[in-house]
Design a protein around this ligand. Structure first.
Ligand code: HEM
Ligand SMILES: [Cu+2]
Length: 656
């Protein structure tokens, strides 16, 4: 009996590695500390009422932001461990199996649990404010999306201490990820962690499309809508077309593993290439899903800090939307080498190069906006300026990779690793950082410290080039991705060492940002105006931090960059104030169902991971009960009385 319990425990819990025991201890200590603080200061009720059950898009945005920064930390630690292992030849810091797990968790976490939630955080923090709405179209569903993401992320991260991490790469190609070659629960953790959060992403896509199409302030025609909101629309259209493909693909892989189906096996009539096609039909749009909102952010930041209307607004809109279309026709460029006909290869090579046209048009529009602008170099603008050269190099190496015959040389080499980090870091990461710095005061009511932010900026940027430029050369020298070690005689030692130094510089940059946030919470410059950057769009017309109902009075929009136009009219005396009339505000009520339902999803996912069907069934029944309960919940909204609106506004310095 005792023996069988011990047996079970040693396979259930991950054992044998001092790094993991250290992590176990720190997880237990952190959880204990949080529980202690919440209990000591009697904050449980507050946490539940104000945050865990909230349907306020701004709070949901903040929770996404916190979660994604934690995930950036974990993904970053993974990256530094890999770079440490590769710093010198023949190191044994990580063994091959452990290295495989770490590149898998790094890639998965960075895309699914860092980039996606950071992007959704920005959608939530900004879009309703920018289009003059009081919330998203479906606030309850928005909370469901967030908690589905959290439950997927928790499930995935759990594999670190229970069951064992996946090791099949961030896209889990079969046959490696079939039961025969990856028998443990690790691969199931990957499938279910991604699956559950992916359903949340799909719901967010639907939510923001409806929000943008239906909730704009009166007068805001689509062609007067700010470019960030356009980029969100483009990204969400890609989400609703691409994510169902992911859901199906993961389900088929799970059926192979769980039920012995043969969709992607070599024998039994299956074909792994089907998986590889399907996953990239989702995967290529996915990289544009996370990239396009960064384009939107750059457009807002450049217009604000150059104090000019963006050059070529209409062409910006067209390029955002055409990128969304073309991104669905390029997936084949990820496997030129796998043996298709020349005409198929040519199709994908050309469609890939076509994407460079709208992207290039945007770059020129941004540059033209700078022309004769009076530019202020604050943090959002610095990250935007850093993006341009970084992304141009990333784009150029992308076109090199798209040249199919040449790709036979670069494919899956370090040249590819350098290319995609250049686009993913230069685009989404730099972009979201610019966005976070830019909109931070609107959400929190204070600015982030510039001096610490500049340290972080330079460390990140110098570190970036030091880390990734040598990798292009290493690719040409024959270094393949996913190598866990190499020997001295290959001649790769010095470039790898340089690359590792660069990675650590970026890591220090990230620490500076952590410090910057903590420092600014205490000492940050308060934003009392609501318009700290001299902004152009509606979110800057309301106080900071934005009150929970956003707009006391829904604005009447006349022009693109309406807030800027109003400020100009006020300055030259042509502004005619219209009488404002406060009315009771209709707001959604908080609900505990989203977090409880996601808890049941977590239980179901856990059951599926260990293939304990009865636990999965209990979880799914719980999910169904939550949906049932919600459908009979008619008391889901309330009115904020005029008096309360007036009082809240007065406390923020606005008199009605
Ligand atoms: C911050 C600095 C970063 C460093 C130093 C870094 C480093 C690395 C390293 C060493 C690898 C493994 C290469 C190999 O052996 O094949 C890797 C793979 C990868 N990284 Fe990063 N990375 C960073 C940031 C990011 C970001 C921000 C993203 C995405 C938004 C990302 C996405 C990926 C993906 C998808 C893979 C492929 C994983 C796989 O092969 O399955 N990385 N990175
Ligand atoms: Cu692609």
């Amino acid at each position: 009996m005792w023996e069988s319990i011990k047996d079970f425990a040693s396979t259930f819990f991950v054992t044998g590695d001092p790094l993991i025991y250290g992590a176990d201890v720190s997880i237990v200590l952190t959880v204990a500390a949080i529980v202690f603080v919440l209990t000591k200061y009697k904050k449980w009720g507050w946490l539940w009422r104000e945050w865990l059950t909230t349907v306020d898009h701004k709070r949901i945005g903040i929770m996404y932001l916190i979660a994604s920064l934690l995930m950036l930390f974990r993904g970053g630690v993974d990256a530094l461990m890999m770079r440490t292992q590769l710093a010198f030849p023949d190191l044994t810091f990580l063994h091959s199996d452990h290295y495989n797990q770490i590149f898998t968790t790094h890639g998965t976490i960075m895309i699914f649990f860092m980039a996606m939630p950071m992007m959704f955080g920005l959608f939530n923090m900004v879009v309703p404010l920018q289009i003059g709405a009081r919330d998203v179209a479906f606030p309850f569903l928005n909370a469901v999306s967030f908690w589905l993401f959290m439950s997927g992320a928790l499930l995935f991260n759990l594999s670190f201490v229970i069951g064992g991490s996946p090791s099949g790469g961030w896209l889990s190609y079969p046959p490696l990820t079939e039961k025969a070659f990856s028998p443990g629960p690790g691969q199931n953790f990957w499938i279910w962690g991604v699956q559950i959060s992916g359903i949340g992403s799909l719901a967010t896509g639907i939510n923001f499309i409806v929000t943008i199409l239906k909730m704009r302030a009166p007068g805001m025609k689509l062609m007067k809508m700010p470019l960030f909101s356009w980029s969100v629309l483009s990204s969400c259209l890609m989400i609703i077309l691409a994510f169902p493909v992911l859901t199906i693909t993961l389900s088929l892989l799970y059926l192979d593993r769980f039920a012995g189906a043969h969709f992607f096996t070599i024998d039994g009539g299956g074909n792994p290439m089907n998986y590889i096609n399907l996953i990239w039909m989702w995967g290529h749009p996915e990289v544009y899903i996370v990239l396009v909102p960064a384009f939107g952010i750059f457009s807002e930041v450049i217009a604000t800090f150059a104090k000019k209307k963006i050059f070529g607004y209409t062409s910006m809109v067209w390029s955002l939307m055409s990128i969304a279309v073309v991104s669905f026709f390029t997936w084949g460029h990820h496997f030129f080498t796998m043996g298709t006909s020349a005409s198929v290869i040519a199709f994908f090579a050309i469609s890939t190069m076509v994407i460079a046209i709208p992207t290039g048009a945007k770059i020129f529009n941004w540059l033209f906006t700078f022309f004769r602008g009076r530019i202020t170099f604050s943090l959002p603008m610095m990250w935007t300026l850093a993006f341009i050269p970084c992304f141009v190099i990333g784009g150029a190496t992308g076109v090199m990779l798209a040249a199919a015959p040449a790709d036979y040389q670069y494919h899956n080499s370090y040249f590819l690793i350098a290319h995609f980090h250049q686009t993913l870091i230069g685009g989404p990461v730099f972009g979201y950082l610019a966005g976070i710095y830019y909109w931070w005061p609107k959400l929190f009511g204070f600015k982030l410290n510039e001096r610490l932010g500049k340290w972080a900026f330079w460390l990140w940027n110098i570190g970036f080039y030091v880390c990734f430029m040598p990798q292009y050369a290493l690719g040409f020298m024959g270094m393949t991705r996913r190598y866990y070690t190499y020997t001295w005689d290959l001649g790769w030692a010095s470039l790898n060492l340089v690359s590792t130094v660069g990675a650590f510089l970026m890591g220090i940059g990230f620490l500076f940002q952590g410090w910057q946030i903590l420092y600014s919470i205490k000492h940050g410059e308060r934003d009392t105006t609501g318009d700290p950057w001299n902004g152009r769009t509606l979110e800057w017309s309301i106080p900071s931090p934005a009150p929970f109902y956003n707009f006391a009075v829904i604005p009447q929009v006349k022009e693109a960059d309406d807030f800027w136009a109003t400020k100009e009219a006020k300055a030259n005396g042509t502004y005619k104030a219209e009488p404002v009339h406060l009315e009771p505000i209709h707001m959604p009520k908080n609900s505990g169902i989203p977090i409880i339902m996601s808890g049941f999803w977590f239980i179901a996912g856990f059951g599926f991971v260990f293939e304990w069907t009865w636990i999965a069934v209990i979880g799914l029944i719980g999910v169904a009960l939550c949906m049932w309960a919600r459908s009979f919940d008619y008391d889901d909204a309330y009115y904020v009385p005029v008096d309360e609106v007036r009082r809240t506004e007065a406390s923020l310095g606005r008199v009605y």
